[in-house]
Ligand binder design. Structure first.
Ligand code: ADP
Ligand code: MG
Length: 367
């Protein structure tokens, strides 16, 4: 019974409910990322775990102990915020050691802990500086140091990298991951950035409108999104989604749209599928470019080629539906401007119910 457990956790502000009964078990040492669009309830959920927001209903356990009514300082968690929340009048050493001083730890112990943590974070040269005299990345490290030094059972991160520029963000992301590999502290990390979620998480929790859409490893969610929302949220560019209707093909089900069709994977448990409106999902990475008509080619119009270096993004249109193909540039450059369609491997095509958005196709193996 370690880690963090959320059972039917609800948050309401007066009559307005914003988190609708969340169930989540975070294992000891696990790194779990809550991801979802702005306003979906990520911060609220994290703040309930930290004790900064009251829990309206449900049970929260940390290390097996019910903590709904336990004060934040007694929950043994440390939180890192987007704005760092450093004390401007204290220097780096004092900021890092602050939590220990509040706990009235002996000075020698505080000094030793600050030294150890600042070494881990590469802050030893800056111990006498105040936050105003640090770069964004250094401030972020001090905020991390302040959390680490307390040796909490759980780290809570709320968009800790959002104030950094793109390059520093990528660098700090890797540092956070290394730090977690080294310290192994149970972590819950909130972000709206699906790349951070994919790269940091042992497991991702996709949230939407105060509910959990799906929980799984990054690759499980990437390959087998439970619904069209998750399919559209994870992956950049996101999975292409084409509105279609199921028909009987010569070798199994096909999806028909705009006078064209594409072969579908088996749809387990789906009876009388013919005529059913569906969304066909094809990742930009799993569509192959085609320059002419041919067996299995879906014809579309080329709008725009974006060359990124090793890869290019081809922005196509299928009538009114946009369709993006991601392709290698080496050996392909001469063809890109004459791309007239795509083919897709049947077993990598996803099918979702058009009304509910729920996945109808079977599982792609994470190998
Ligand atoms: P996220 O972190 O996913 O962007 P939040 O958890 O901050 O979202 O907010 C979830 C929802 O709760 C939002 O619709 C927000 O407007 C609402 N909310 C947050 N704090 C309050 C509050 N104090 N009173 C009323 N509504 C709030
Ligand atoms: Mg937030």
């Amino acid at each position: 019974m370690s880690g963090v457990q959320l059972k039917s956790i609800v948050k309401a502000y007066g009559a307005l409910q914003v988190v609708h009964g969340i169930d989540l078990e975070v294992a000891e040492k696990e790194f779990v990322v809550l991801v979802g669009p702005s306003g979906c309830g990520k911060s609220t959920t994290l703040r309930m775990i930290a004790g900064l927001e009251e829990i309206s209903d449900g049970e929260l356990k940390i290390d097996g102990r019910l903590v709904n009514q336990v004060a934040p300082k007694d929950r043994d968690v440390a939180m890192v915020f987007q704005n760092y929340a450093l004390y401007p009048h204290l220097n780096v050493a004092q900021n890092i050691g602050f939590g220990l001083r509040i706990r009235k730890e002996p000075m020698t112990k505080i000094d030793a802990a600050v030294k150890e943590v600042s070494t881990i974070l590469g802050l030893t040269e800056y111990l006498d500086r105040r936050p105003a005299d640090l770069s964004g990345g250094q401030r972020q490290r001090v905020a991390m140091g302040r959390a680490i030094v307390r040796r909490p059972k759980v780290f809570l991160f709320d968009e800790p990298l959002s104030n950094l520029d793109a390059k520093l963000r990528t660098q700090m992301r890797a540092e956070i991951k290394r730090l977690h590999n080294r310290l192994g502290v149970t972590s819950i990390y909130v972000t709206h950035d699906q790349v951070e979620a994919m790269t940091l998480a042992d497991r991702i929790v996709v949230m939407n409108n105060g509910r959990i859409e799906q929980i799984g490893t990054p690759m499980e969610l990437f390959l087998n999104p439970a619904n069209a929302f998750v399919a559209g949220f994870l992956g950049a560019p996101p999975m292409n989604q084409i509105n279609a209707v199921i028909a009987d093909g010569a070798h199994g089900p096909v999806a028909q749209f705009g006078g064209q069709q594409i072969a579908l994977p088996p749809l387990p448990g789906l009876q009388n599928a013919v005529g059913r409106p569906v969304i066909v999902g094809i990742r930009p990475e799993y569509a192959e470019i085609a320059t002419g008509a041919g067996e299995g080619v879906v014809q579309c119009d080329l709008d725009l080629v974006e060359t990124l270096g090793s890869e290019a993004l081809l922005h196509m249109s299928l009538g009114d539906t946009p369709f993006v193909i991601r392709t290698e540039t080496l050996g392909n450059m001469a063809n890109l401007s004459s791309v007239a369609g795509f083919t897709a491997k049947t077993d990598l095509i996803k099918v979702f119910d058009a009304k509910t958005g729920m996945a109808l196709s079977g599982q792609t193996r994470v190998a």
